[in-house]
Design a protein around this ligand. Structure first.
Ligand code: SF4
Length: 217
């Protein structure tokens, strides 16, 4: 199911090379900052931290919370996000020292560890697991649910999407990373809240588009 979808999306998008970051620490910081805001706003905060040499978990752990709030202000909800960033920086450094030390371990243990950090919800957790720590999970966000419902004319649960993605892509980490990236890209350009079906390259195989087309006859 998803392997055929992957192929069609890949023919159009290729490798989008997600997550757009230069280190695992930056990925984790980005995963927290992107909650409830656009990536454009996150980028401004990332630049603020980078320009001051603070784009890593050690710096986040040790810096003054008020200064952190100032740097991440462009991402919105900065009081809350400063707490969340400090929570995850403290937890990772106190328990593992570095993100590298969290890789190649029992996936359930790492997932449970992250789940217990305040500020790490399901989507953030899966993004960190996949993009920063290279565990085979799939990120199921609102874009993914909306797109799959339209494309297959089927209501998928979170577990169904996870299972299809992991089985069909054979737990291939780079494919799991890229499938989510391609769905986000598609959802921002074509499969928006009002879908732009007439311009969409998926329209021939899309059940939603075909049902609209048939009802117009
Ligand atoms: S054809 Fe329309 S509904 Fe289907 S994926 Fe494209 S934009 Fe979404």
């Amino acid at each position: 199911m998803f392997n055929e979808l992957y192929r069609i999306l890949y023919d159009h998008y290729g490798d989008l090379k997600w997550w757009p970051s230069s280190s695992d620490d930056e990925t984790v910081i980005g995963c927290i900052l992107t909650q409830n805001t656009s990536w454009k706003n996150v980028e401004k905060s990332i630049i603020n931290l980078k320009n001051n040499g603070l784009l890593n978990l050690n710096a986040i752990k040790n810096m003054d919370a008020e200064i952190l709030k100032k740097y991440i202000m462009p991402s919105g909800f900065y009081n809350q996000k400063a707490v969340y960033l400090k929570n995850i920086a403290d937890a990772v450094i106190d328990s593992y020292g570095t993100l590298d030390n969290m890789k190649n371990r029992d996936i359930k243990n790492i997932s449970n560890f992250l789940k217990n950090i305040k500020g790490v919800g399901q989507e953030t957790l899966d993004s960190i697991m996949l993009y920063a720590l290279n565990y085979p999970v799939f990120v199921v966000d609102a874009y993914t649910k909306r797109f799959l419902k339209r494309y297959y004319n089927q209501n998928f649960t979170f577990d169904m999407i996870q299972n299809y993605a992991l089985n069909d892509l054979k737990k291939d980490i780079s494919m799991l990373k890229n499938l989510h990236a391609m769905i986000v890209e598609l959802s921002k350009t074509y499969c928006k809240s009002t879908p732009q079906c007439s311009e969409c390259f998926l329209r021939t195989g899309c059940k939603y588009h075909n049902s609209i087309k048939n009802s117009d006859r």
